[in-house]
Design a binder for this molecule. Structure first.
Ligand code: GDP
Ligand code: IMO
Ligand code: MG
Length: 428
């Protein structure tokens, strides 16, 4: 039986998921996003083009692959329209290759306002949300108040919209938040009209039929496992299940139809927004990683926090996702270091542990690292395993040994071509 593969980020997002989905798309018929929304920013680089996608799956540049926006995704019509316009300007025929679930929820202008009001009210305890309205939209989904793509086609869409906005106005009043909705609504309703030109589909039927017919499906995660609403560093998380199980919920794929689970991680760690980060380097080394890795957000432009690779955290993510293979990104960024540190365990309340515990705040948890030799050479032009420096091979072997999971791809630059396939026997 054909099964759907799932590709997801194992850290705090921005691992390089977009790049790898683009690299793998020629081997798949369908690429499907299952959660998150425009809080995501997935970067693709090829033929001198650099493109950032937010809601649209990263398979969209491929000439034939069908791209599905699943029921678990939340959609801001305004951002969606901008994405489609930008792709059309590059002559990408989006409309024939894009399907949207009728069950996907809509982000209203007032959801964004509530996101901003809620963050402002939290003051220094703010989550560091991307302010795209993600949290409030998922709250309305689970609170059973949300508006869905399927509602757009109903006669009383405007009434449903108004009823929800009335609730939101009360909330904004509670926050004492000043806003001008009249400035936001025309663009939103304009974008809704454009959305109507796209295909609204029962994507759970579409995907399951495709699997039955032997088509190859790749589910594309957004954010990362440590931002998962259940397993991340709560409350400094996003509002969806970013882990593999989220692909079941967010697309309607049964767990026994999940095949390979591809875990993407950077050779170091980054985090954007607030919340604990055990291996964070608030020093020159951290700054060097940030500058070399150009660690500034694809969606918000914010500087990303940086730190060494955290193996207990990586193993936690491998566990909750059932990762079957790893892909290591941005190895080139560590090229300048004489020595590279890797966290192998923690000191937790005076005791040494080798797993990620519940309380990972600085006062409870300090990383214990080992030093590995740096490779000190440019990796960006390397195209095969044979050309890799020994120190990089040793770094890869160290991670594989300590995670008991094979690394099948190492990425050595942002371009599609800067990708080294390690496992030649793998069909991909
Ligand atoms: P995503 O959210 O997981 O898709 O990742 P982002 O696109 O937000 O962030 C990853 C960034 O790293 C992007 O700017 C990519 O172009 C870039 N990138 C991806 N892989 C590599 C790599 O191997 N080396 C370098 N230097 N940059 C990379
Ligand atoms: P991709 O898919 C990195 C972070 C935000 C914030 C927290 C909550 O590009 O990897 P939200 O807007 O979801 O309420 O923000 O989650 N965050 C991300 N960080 N990459 C992302 O997506 C992110 N999406 C959300 O910075 O800390
Ligand atoms: Mg990103």
């Amino acid at each position: 039986m054909m099964k759907a593969d799932v590709l997801l980020g194992l850290q705090w997002g921005d691992e390089g998921k977009g790049k790898i989905v683009d690299v793998l798309t020629p081997h798949y018929d369908i690429i499907a996003r299952f959660q998150g929304g425009p809080n995501a920013g997935h970067t693709l680089e090829f033929n001198g083009i650099k493109h950032v996608l937010h809601t649209i799956p990263s398979g969209i540049f491929h000439p034939t692959a069908i791209n599905v926006v699943g029921n678990g995704v939340v959609i801001d019509p305004v951002i969606f329209k901008k994405e489609i316009d930008a792709l059309s300007a590059l002559n990408v025929d989006v409309k024939s290759k894009l399907l949207i679930s009728k069950r996907a929820h809509l982000i209203l202008p007032t959801h964004r306002l509530i996101d901003a009001a809620s963050e402002a009210a939290k003051g220094k305890n703010k989550i560091g949300s991307t302010l795209k309205g993600i949290g409030p939209t998922y709250m309305d989904k689970t609170g059973r108040n949300g508006l869905r793509i399927g509602d757009i086609e109903s006669k009383d869409f405007k009434e449903k919209y108004n009823a929800l906005v009335e609730k939101h106005k009360q909330l904004l009043h509670f926050y004492n938040y000043t806003y001008n909705l009249n400035e936001l609504e025309p663009a939103w309703f304009g974008a809704i009209e454009m959305l109507k030109e796209l295909k609204f589909v029962d994507t759970e039927h579409y995907i399951n039929n495709a699997i039955t017919q032997g088509k190859k499906v790749l589910a594309e995660g957004a954010q990362g496992s440590l931002l998962d609403v259940d397993f991340g560093s709560y409350p400094f998380v996003t509002s969806s299940n970013t882990i593999c199980a989220g692909a079941c919920n967010g697309l309607g794929i049964a767990p026994n139809k999940i095949g390979n689970v591809i875990g993407i991680f950077k050779a170091y760690c980054t985090r954007v927004g607030s919340g604990p980060f055990p291996t964070e380097l608030e020093n020159e080394t951290g700054e060097k990683i940030r500058q070399t890795g150009r660690e500034f957000g694809s969606t918000t432009g914010r500087a990303r926090r940086t730190g060494w690779l955290d193996l207990p955290a990586l193993n936690y993510a491998i566990m909750v996702n059932g990762v079957t293979e790893l892909m290591m990104m941005k190895a080139d960024v560590l090229s300048e270091f004489d020595e590279i540190e890797v966290c192998v365990k923690y000191k937790h309340k005076g005791e040494e542990i080798n797993y990620l515990p519940y309380d990972i705040e600085k006062q409870n948890l300090q990383p214990i690292t080992v030093k590995l030799n740096g490779w000190k050479c440019d990796l960006t032009k390397i195209s095969s395993k044979e050309q890799m420096p020994e120190a990089l091979k040793a770094y890869i072997a160290f991670v594989e040994k300590n995670t008991a999971t094979p690394i099948t791809i190492v990425s050595v630059g942002p371009d599609r071509n800067q990708t080294i396939q390690l496992d030649k026997n793998n069909l991909r």
